[in-house]
Design a binder for this molecule. Structure first.
Ligand code: COA
Length: 219
């Protein structure tokens, strides 16, 4: 159910929150607000996983090792937390069995008559193919449609990114179209499919649907 109009007047409905855990093949998946002390796990994982992550992420300034160093996290954490406090973003860490496993962010939150946002995510190469990203997307989108009061969530993905397309499809997103030369990723303008879901399409909830499909279990 969507929150009443007066709840939506809060500047950051739904923030902060801890979501899950739910059990999938890889283990128990939960999401929680990003922390300053994620720096070590965040940087270690991303420095090791450059090949796994770089082809799908927006091009950034400077070399990968600088942008993902231990000391680059505090500035990113501060920027994301400040957006979260203003109700423009919900930045989460994904955990698997209580350990750092990746990030999932609901960004560009627009309220008023649009009540829309995008979702973006990545997980460590050490945990892929176990349902972790799908579980995180389901937890976060259910939260976005309930406590956070949003109506539509969008995700853009390169046509070559088969695993991410599978995540969105399993979570119940619908493909809406192709954005030509949409985003500067890995050094060039890349086409992206647009996937989306509205609250009406989420039915009993994404987690409930994963559980019904045998892809997840409540704990
Ligand atoms: C995309 C990503 C988040 C998926 O994470 P994940 O935890 O492995 O996702 P899930 O296990 O929930 O689902 C992935 C699905 O893709 C499948 N898959 C993985 N690699 C595949 C490949 N090379 N070809 C075909 N299918 C593949 C998995 O088997 C799984 O499907 P299944 O459940 O039917 O078996 C992860 O690979 C990642 O972080 N990639 C780099 C960053 C990125 O692409 N972010 C998204 C940008 S839009």
């Amino acid at each position: 159910m969507q929150p009443a109009a007066y709840d939506l007047e809060s500047r950051h409905p739904g923030w902060p929150a801890r979501l899950g855990p739910i059990r999938v093949a890889a283990g128990d998946v939960a999401v929680r607000p990003i922390r300053l002390r994620d720096a070590g796990d965040w940087s270690r994982t991303r420095l090791r996983d450059q090949e796994h992550l770089e082809p799908w992420e927006p091009t950034g300034p400077g070399p990968w090792r600088d942008r993902n160093s231990y000391w680059s996290w505090p500035a990113q954490w501060t920027a994301l937390r400040s957006l979260a406090r203003r109700g423009q973003c919900l930045p989460y860490t994904i955990t698997l069995d209580g350990e750092f496993a990746g990030q999932i962010t609901v960004g560009n939150v627009i309220r008023a008559s649009l009540r829309s946002a995008w979702v973006g995510y990545w997980v460590s190469s050490s945990v892929v193919k176990g349902g972790v990203a799908t579980a995180a997307v389901a937890l976060v989108v259910d939260h976005a449609f309930s406590s956070a009061g949003l109506h539509r969530i969008e995700a853009t993905v390169r046509p070559e990114n088969t695993p991410s397309i599978k995540v969105l499809t399993k979570a119940g997103f619908r493909q809406e179209g192709l954005f030509k030369r949409y985003l500067d990723v890995a050094g060039d303008w890349r086409d992206h499919y647009c996937y989306a879901m509205t609250v009406e399409e989420s039915g009993p909830g994404l987690v409930a649907r994963l559980v019904a499909a045998g892809r997840a279990e409540y704990l």
